[in-house]
Design a protein around this ligand. Structure first.
Ligand code: PLP
Length: 377
């Protein structure tokens, strides 16, 4: 049996991306963001490889479920797990999950800080605080500082293991965006306030991929890359020409042509009998919205053996129509591979621009139906 569709993940490209990252930020420890199933690439194999081969020791997930799944899947390996968004400290049943599996919640509000400090379950877990310096999503507010400091004093936790913040707009040129600079300034003030009150801070981080690419926020002990390690740059058009990031996509998404037939302009195609926009050859590819190849791909153009092919008609659950020019007839065969994206990051960015999506979405929307196949070359 062949895989009708697969996401091929190449570990040696991940290693290469990591080496490129280390050239940009040689002094920083890496907390690798692997939430949402490692941006769709398969969290467990990605963490296993990153820990064993690349020696990355810290990983960030979004939810406690992801953290528990990761720990239970790779229990024999030594690494730290941080839960960033849905930490659920309001549910006491979770306390033992954190304690027994050595998972660290990233505290982003005073309510959770109170719970964390009060419960003995967290006594031996690192204290990790995330501040909102302008992102306005999750994060302790600067106005919470006084209360935060007095709580730490009250519970005699005079050491913060990791203090974090997060940039809102690092996908834009930092020299043009005042806000990103202001966020860093605000983060430095927060650090200073803690230290002025005798509270020590072991580790700090603020930079995500966009900032790291621009060598910004690297004066902290840690960086928190996600996207760049999977390949693409975060910089958006029209600023991409400033991009110095040379990472390649660790994945390629391939499907199979399962039927080939000629059509005339106006012939009805698939659901809704949508008229073919031109004469040509239809190739039915074995991927559809059930796989994450959503209707947003309708109209998208792809290169295939020197011809331009485009998605026509309505994407079905597990198939889609591709219209090739009539001249492509000799190159089209049932069973051949059709590539949605390859290892070239610039082409993937171009595809996501054309689909009016960000590359994060293209990766994350791939459904579990698509097998992830891992190789070293
Ligand atoms: C708190 C935090 N840090 C770091 C990252 C990594 O961001 P990027 O994938 O843009 O590098 C994310 C991703 O969303 C995040 O939420």
């Amino acid at each position: 049996m062949r895989n009708r569709t697969k996401l091929c993940v190449n570990f040696s490209i991940l290693e290469n991306n990591f080496n490129l990252l280390k050239k940009i930020a040689p002094k920083n420890e890496v907390l690798f963001m692997v939430k949402a199933n490692a941006y769709g690439h398969g969290m467990v194999p990605i963490v296993q490889y990153s820990n064993q081969r690349l020696k990355i020791k810290e990983f960030g997930v979004a939810t406690i479920e992801e953290g528990v799944y990761l720990r239970d899947s790779l229990n024999s390996l030594k690494f730290d797990i941080y839960v960033f968004s849905d930490i659920q400290l309001d549910l006491e049943v979770n306390f033992n999950l954190y304690r027994n599996r050595r998972i660290t919640p990233v505290i982003s509000c005073l309510e959770d800080l109170n719970i964390f400090l009060q419960s003995s379950a967290f006594k031996h877990l690192p204290l990790v605080l995330k501040f909102n310096t302008g992102m306005n999503r999750l994060g302790l507010m600067k106005t919470d500082l006084i209360e935060c400091i007095s709580l730490l004093k009250k519970y005699k936790r005079m050491n913060i293991t990791h203090l974090m913040s997060h940039f809102a707009s690092s996908f834009l040129p930092i020299d043009k965006i005042k806000k990103t600079n202001e966020q860093l300034r605000c983060f430095n003030e927060i650090k200073r306030s803690f230290r002025d009150h005798g509270i020590t801070i072991e580790k700090t981080s603020i930079a995500n991929s966009g900032a790291i690419e621009q060598k910004f926020g690297l004066d902290e002990s840690h960086i928190r890359p996600g996207l760049m390690l999977y390949g693409p740059s975060s910089l958006v058009e029209p600023f991409r020409s400033r991009n110095i990031w040379e990472g390649q996509n660790i994945s390629k998404l391939e499907t199979t042509i399962i039927s080939v037939f000629p059509v005339k302009k106006g012939d009805p195609l698939g659901y809704g009998a949508i008229p073919s926009p031109d004469d040509g050859i239809i190739g039915i590819i074995s991927i559809g919205y059930g796989d994450g190849f959503l209707s947003l791909y309708q109209g998208a153009k792809f290169q295939y053996k020197g011809s331009i092919a485009r998605v026509v008609g309505r994407v079905s659950m597990d198939m889609a129509h591709i219209l090739f020019p009539t001249s492509a007839i000799k190159k089209l065969h049932v069973g051949e591979t059709f590539q949605i994206w390859g290892h070239n990051s610039l082409e993937l960015l171009d595809l996501s621009d054309r689909l009016k999506r960000i590359p994060y979405e293209l990766f994350c929307q791939l459904s579990p139906r698509i097998p992830r196949v891992y190789n070293l070359n």
